[in-house]
Write a protein that binds this ligand. Structure first.
Ligand SMILES: Cc1cc2nc3c(=O)[nH]c(=O)nc-3n(C[C@H](O)[C@H](O)[C@H](O)COP(=O)(O)OP(=O)(O)OC[C@H]3O[C@@H](n4cnc5c(N)ncnc54)[C@H](O)[C@@H]3O)c2cc1C
Length: 460
């Protein structure tokens, strides 16, 4: 066992942790900084599902864990505003949050070396079309790098951080943090112990368990938050082309008729692929797309999620969402389920035969089945109503051959109560990114990383 002493240790090498490291180094050339990451280096991250076409339940999921974090193989859509992608604007004020989001953009521009990203501006005509159909189109400027360009940009950024003297440790799964007389010790699953004055927790969504354990151990209160549960929807790309060609990523809100719940369509992938991700042993659906034309598919995909906010006494929203996804895995023999919309409406399961006849060819090998057996009635009703509402602005969305993959969920449940507006949990321990319960995307997670680095450096 070896021990190392640092001024700042960042736990987690996603965009939140990377941006924090980048800014700390800029402001503190002499600072001894380490990023410790549970997963592999970016170049060595590889998902067996790319070959096997199905999730093989790796102990450490290469899609969500490793340097560059959950965004490594993402579509690289950077939301240049605060309308969605988190609540950093509410926490810091829109002007300050946008200033930091712009700084993330500037840094990425420096390392984006394989072609100019595409910018998509908001569109009044589509906004009106949606409003006329009880739908609210969220508008914001979006910069799209594409999976391949995003990967290279992150690789360049990591190289720059490394060559600036920051130490990068892969396969360092932090188990606990303990107080010492002059700082903190960090214990890792591989037996190593690091010491540091400052710690930035940047463990993302996959580190939810780590954050809640830290908060429990240190009497940091947690606010119960909400979960979003639903499905990944896949159809022919042409159906949403009017939107995707003008704004690239339609993000649409709908208030459902039966329950007046909020449902949202988001994470749109033009010419994309549906993917499976392993969240603590539970396999859920997601999606991405490549910028390169030869890697495009004939399909597009997006998530439709129903938001649920729990009230007292229930305080385990993440576990609730995980139970629903586990149920889908149980029915799907350890895999995500896929069902044709037409079968769902007719109350029958999709079987391999019907799937083979489908005009929409699935881009993920999932288990043909019946999602109505695992999604609660209220959530299922919300999803069906949203699909019919979306069909009014993009006819064809509610086609029989539209595919629904279950389940997809997003949890933001662990929302610690911070000591101050520097996102400090206890003395000199800060939290950034998705793991804070504030961010839900790349731009805001990166922005929060830079902001906290400024706070530590006395620059905020
Ligand atoms: C398939 C997919 C596509 C996406 N597409 C987009 C998109 O196009 N645009 C967008 O804005 N957002 C997208 N997102 C969301 C985006 O990736 C996240 O919001 C963002 O990555 C959050 O950054 P983060 O640094 O907070 O956390 P993460 O990126 O999750 O990084 C956290 C890191 O911490 C590590 N870690 C966790 N626990 C520990 C521990 N105990 N010890 C050490 N390390 C630990 C993890 O291995 C991980 O690498 C996508 C997400 C996925 C999964």
């Amino acid at each position: 066992m070896s021990t190392f002493k640092f001024d700042t240790v960042i736990i987690g090498g996603g965009i939140g942790g990377l941006m924090a490291a980048y800014r700390l180094r800029k402001l503190n050339p002499e600072m001894k900084i380490a990023i410790t990451e549970k997963g592999n280096s970016l170049e060595e991250r590889s998902c067996p599902a790319n070959k096997e076409k199905k999730c093989v339940h790796c102990k450490i999921c290469s899609i969500t864990n490793g340097f560059a974090g959950a965004g490594a193989f993402s579509d690289g859509k950077f939301n240049l505003g605060t309308s969605y992608g988190g609540t950093l604007g509410e926490e810091l004020g829109d002007d300050v949050a946008i200033k930091y989001i712009d700084e993330v953009d500037e840094i990425l521009n420096m390392y984006c070396t394989s072609g100019a990203p595409v910018m998509y501006k908001s569109n009044e005509e589509l906004k009106l079309k949606c409003l006329q159909n009880n739908l609210r189109l969220l508008d914001m400027n979006v910069k799209h790098l594409g999976t391949d360009n995003n990967f290279l940009t992150m690789k360049n950024l990591i190289e720059a951080i490394k060559s600036s003297g920051t130490e990068l440790y892969k396969f360092y799964d932090c188990l606990s943090i303990k107080k010492t007389h002059d700082g903190y010790s960090l214990e890792y699953a591989n037996g190593e112990v690091f010491y540091s004055k400052y710690i930035i927790i940047a463990t993302g969504r996959s580190g939810a368990g780590f954050v809640s354990k830290f908060c429990n151990d240190n009497n940091v209160k947690m606010k119960s938050n909400h979960v979003d549960i639903g499905v990944r929807v896949e159809m022919k790309d042409i159906i949403w082309r009017e939107f995707s060609s003008k704004i690239y990523e339609p993000k649409i809100l709908y208030k459902t008729k039966t329950f007046e719940d909020r449902c949202r369509m988001f994470c749109f992938n033009q010419g994309g692929l549906v993917s499976a991700e392993n969240n603590r042993g539970i396999i859920t659906a997601n999606g991405h797309s490549f910028a390169q034309k030869d890697k495009k598919t004939d399909n597009c995909n997006f998530a439709i999620l129903s938001s649920i906010r729990f009230t007292e006494p229930f305080n385990q929203p993440t576990e609730y969402a995980e139970s629903i996804s586990s149920l889908a895995n149980m029915i799907g023999n350890g895999n995500v389920l896929v069902q044709r919309f037409g079968d769902l409406i007719r109350g029958r399961r999709t079987n391999e035969h019907r799937l083979a006849q489908n005009t929409v060819i699935p881009t993920l090998r999932a288990t043909a089945g019946d999602i109505s057996l695992c999604l609660p009635h209220r959530i299922l009703t919300n999803i069906i109503e949203t699909i019919y509402a979306l069909d009014k602005v993009a006819p064809g969305t509610a086609n029989d051959d539209t595919l629904l993959y279950g389940c997809e969920s997003k949890y933001y449940s662990i929302r610690p109560v911070f000591m101050n507006n520097k996102f400090e949990l206890i003395d000199n321990i800060y939290i950034v990114g998705d793991g804070s319960g504030i961010c839900r995307g790349l731009s805001q997670s990166g922005a929060m990383g830079i902001y906290v680095a400024d706070c530590i450096s006395g620059n905020a």
